[in-house]
Write a protein that binds this ligand. Structure first.
Ligand SMILES: Cc1cc2nc3c(=O)[nH]c(=O)nc-3n(C[C@H](O)[C@H](O)[C@H](O)COP(=O)(O)OP(=O)(O)OC[C@H]3O[C@@H](n4cnc5c(N)ncnc54)[C@H](O)[C@@H]3O)c2cc1C
Length: 492
């Protein structure tokens, strides 16, 4: 006889979002089950948290009584509770602009440096998530709550109405999962997008970037290189090695995300048009080609060795046009991918989990569920469009650091205002992602790319900076875009 597992909700994908969603739903009384194609620990991107992501994580842990998860929201509690779990203190976002064949040139007014603090001290600081360990930990926590977990399982869709029937194969052992609802947490795996042949709306996205990445050991301290270059690091709001480091250059940027197990995650994000010529090279060749062009970057990685294979992607942007049905839903990373800039992804994913939990809790078993899911999907689609406009504008700004510093203020002001709103008001807080619900601000973000296309001289840059200051005014509660700060923003 066929082995059958029954659940209210089957979750496809046991990355951090699948496991966390499963735990939350089990707390609200739904029987869940996790199906994962791979086996933990496995490599994953999405390693830098943000104040917004950590606030949502902390609030979810409190609201749904998940005490084992709560310490992960801040560096101090994390290290005390789970000293074995690799992380890093992320005190802020640090950006440095590089020019081809020239070492990084610091200046006393920090003209090509931007450091924005996210927390005042290590204890409350954000973190880096070593996703192989982080995700393995979460799935263990889900199992500890009694949630059935099937890894290394190939899942195919057999039926969707009146109940879901999923055919599963784990090393030749076949079984069936029957559930009333399915959540797609498979990220780029795109389980439901494929199974239900959902249409794509990626062509409308304006960002066009691709990535080359791996994990390295032996990465040198960027602060030591800066010190040798004579940088005025005593002005910085935090030690810049204790942050997510971004090297910015023509047509792209690079992330440097260290962990306390000696591993550093690195990745290039390249504009597909600007870096078209090297696209056919292997991932490692592209890495060498780009880093060797910038001497200070090359110095930081001269002794580094990969501990994972080099990987490369094609154009990263994907977006599914339909995000839910009466008995199914896509979590944000299954719904879309954009770019790693500003570490937007995990915060958005956590917000998606929060909304879904509220909708399922409030409407489970009622006809109103479909409407609630559709409302959530509509908001998510608006936010995706907002994020895309913002990131596209940043790519157009990389050519001049003054432009980038100005454009990035749209992210920092929007994110900071959303964090304040989340701390202060219970009402409607699930609509606050990067403050994209503020109409005048969102329309300015949409307009930024077109304005950037029209800037050709110093006067144009000056006008753009003034325009950004006015555009962010409705959400600027942190004194952002202030010329007297010289690109250094201490914690608010
Ligand atoms: C280049 C890049 C860099 C990024 N950097 C950051 C960052 O620094 N900070 C940040 O906040 N966000 C970042 N993101 C976004 C981040 O990756 C996502 O927010 C995060 O991974 C979402 O987690 P998840 O659990 O939903 O999906 P995933 O981490 O993708 O997990 C999906 C899981 O589903 C499984 N799966 C896939 N297909 C199937 C299937 N058919 N059946 C069963 N299981 C399946 C996979 O094996 C995997 O375990 C980045 C994204 C990219 C592309």
């Amino acid at each position: 006889m066929q082995e059958i597992h029954r659940a209210d909700v089957a979750i496809i994908g046991a990355g951090f979002s699948g496991s966390l969603t499963a735990m939350i739903l089990s707390r609200i009384g739904l029987r869940t089950l996790l199906l994962e194609r791979e086996r933990h620990p496995r490599f994953a991107l999405g390693e830098a948290s943000t104040p917004f992501a950590n606030l949502v994580l902390q609030q979810l842990a409190q609201r749904y009584d998940l005490p084992a998860i709560a310490p992960l929201a801040k560096f101090g509690p994390w290290k005390r509770a789970y000293p074995h779990l690799p992380t890093w203190r992320k005190r802020g976002f640090s950006f440095f602009r590089h020019h081809a064949h020239r070492p990084f040139l610091p200046t006393p007014n920090h003209a090509e440096e931007l450091l924005v603090a996210a927390s005042p001290k290590d204890e409350t600081s954000d973190t880096h998530w070593h996703r192989p360990s982080f995700d393995a930990f979460l799935v263990e926590q889900a199992q500890a709550l009694g949630i059935p977990y099937f890894d290394e399982t190939e899942t195919t869709l057999r039926q969707i109405e009146p109940e879901w029937i999923l055919s599963c194969d784990r090393h030749g052992r076949r079984f069936e999962v029957r559930s009333r609802f399915v959540i797609d947490a498979s990220g780029p795996g795109g389980f439901l997008t494929r199974a239900l042949e959902l249409p794509s709306s990626a062509e409308a996205m304006r960002t066009r970037s691709r990535s080359v990445f791996t994990h390295l050991v032996g990465v040198r301290s960027w602060e030591a290189i800066l010190r040798r270059q004579g940088a005025w690091i005593e002005h910085y709001p935090y030690q810049c090695d204790h942050s997510t480091l971004h090297h910015v250059f023509d047509g792209g940027w690079m992330w440097v995300i260290p962990f306390d197990n000696g591993i550093t995650s690195v990745g290039l994000m390249l504009d597909t048009d600007h870096w078209h010529d090297i696209e056919s090279l292997s991932a490692e060749e592209q890495w060498r080609m780009v880093t060797s062009r910038y001497p200070s970057i090359a110095e930081q990685f001269e002794n580094a060795q990969p501990v994972e294979p080099w990987r490369k992607t094609g154009r990263l942007q994907r977006r599914t046009a339909r995000l839910c049905g009466p008995n199914w839903v896509l979590l944000p990373h299954a719904a879309y991918a954009l770019d790693a800039l500003f570490s937007i992804g995990n915060g958005h994913t956590l917000l998606g989990i929060e909304r879904l939990a509220k909708s399922l809790q409030g409407h489970w078993g009622r006809e109103t569920l479909t409407k609630a899911l559709e409302r959530d999907a509509e908001v998510l689609q608006d936010e995706i469009q907002f994020n895309d406009s913002l990131i596209r504008a940043c790519y157009l700004s990389f050519r001049d650091f003054r432009l980038f510093a100005a454009t990035s203020m749209m992210y920092f002001a929007g994110a900071h205002a959303a964090e304040l709103a989340r701390c202060e008001t219970e009402k409607a807080k699930d609509r606050q992602f990067l403050s994209s619900q503020v109409v005048a601000f969102a329309s300015a973000v949409r307009e930024a790319a077109d304005r950037l296309d029209r800037i050709h001289d110093e006067a144009g840059i000056f006008d753009y900076e003034a325009w950004v200051r006015a555009a962010i005014a409705p959400v600027n509660f942190g004194g952002f875009a202030d010329p007297s700060r010289y690109n250094l923003y201490p914690c608010q």
